[in-house]
Design a binder for this molecule. Structure first.
Ligand SMILES: Nc1ncnc2c1ncn2[C@@H]1O[C@H](COP(=O)(O)OP(=O)(O)OP(=O)(O)O)[C@@H](O)[C@H]1O
Length: 254
């Protein structure tokens, strides 16, 4: 493993729920300072994979190295330390409904740092400005649109300046303009904050525009990886069908 370049390195990962095998000897290497996008069918195991990367699930077998350290044998205390490197934008943004925008973004700073209130305010203002939400401090989550909620979620995910930001279907349920704004923010997250981005996406067009590296998960394994150009030229019928969004082909609709 090239520790300087590879931020996540997964070897032979297996995970079953009962008799149902979701991950089937999956290998995956994610490079630092890149927008890495994982694509694959609904129910194919993308969220299960992400949960392994942040230690919310333990595999049946396999190794998961985060910045060179195997997290599989780690206990919760050690895992909490590793998780400090991660920011996470969940599908539904997962804001605290009883806290306003400022309080939501400030939350991890109160939890994990000894910064003063004024230092925290400075960080919150900077992150809200970065996601285009200046002056929205006092709004409650219920008053915000889906896209604004996602942006607050991203501001909160960036609050602790994580090295890795995970985005679980960041544009689902958004109109095309808002989706484009979020996609631009993902690219800026890498460029301006120097964070490695790991994105789960169903949006092939956007993936082709913003990814540095694309990984296709299918039947428990990564069956294709490469730049958007490389994926476009991939001749595997499964990959072609998925990328082109065709109903007919080896992938069966069930
Ligand atoms: N804790 C669990 N217990 C049992 N089965 C689970 C559990 N978590 C996930 N699964 C199953 O594992 C499979 C993969 O789920 P996962 O949520 O990772 O899919 P996904 O690729 O993220 O799908 P989507 O794109 O629709 O979000 C599904 O069949 C799901 O029902």
């Amino acid at each position: 493993m090239q520790q300087d370049r590879d931020i996540i390195h997964i070897e032979s990962l297996y995970k079953s729920f009962g008799d149902f095998r979701v991950l089937d000897g999956l290998d995956l290497t994610l490079e630092k300072d890149r927008v890495n996008i994982i694509i694959g069918r609904s129910g194919g195991g993308k969220s299960v994979l992400i949960k392994h990367i942040i230690g919310l699930l333990k595999p049946d077998r396999g190794r998961i190295l985060v910045r060179g350290e195997d997290i599989v044998p780690m206990d919760e205390g050690a895992m909490a330390r590793v998780r400090r490197d991660f920011g996470m934008l969940f599908q539904e943004a997962a804001l605290f409904d009883s806290l306003n925008v400022h309080e939501n973004v400030a939350f991890p700073l109160h939890e994990h740092t000894s910064k003063s209130y004024s230092e925290i305010d400075e960080v919150v203002q900077a992150k809200l400005a970065a996601v285009g939400l200046q002056g929205m401090d006092k709004k409650m989550p219920a008053e915000l649109s889906g896209g604004m909620r996602k942006r607050v979620g991203l501001a909160r995910a960036l609050a602790l300046e994580p090295k890795i930001v995970l985005f679980d279907e960041p544009t689902s349920g958004l109109d095309p303009v808002m989706a484009a704004a979020i996609n631009e923010l993902i690219q800026r997250t890498r460029q301006e904050f120097g964070a490695t981005c790991i994105v789960i996406s169903h949006d092939i067009d956007a993936t082709m525009k913003i990814a540095d590296n694309i990984f296709m998960l299918y039947e428990g394994k990564i069956i294709a990886r490469g730049s958007p150009e490389e994926l476009n030229e991939n001749t595997d019928p499964v990959v072609r069908q998925f990328i082109r969004g065709e109903a007919r082909g080896p992938i069966k609709v069930n």
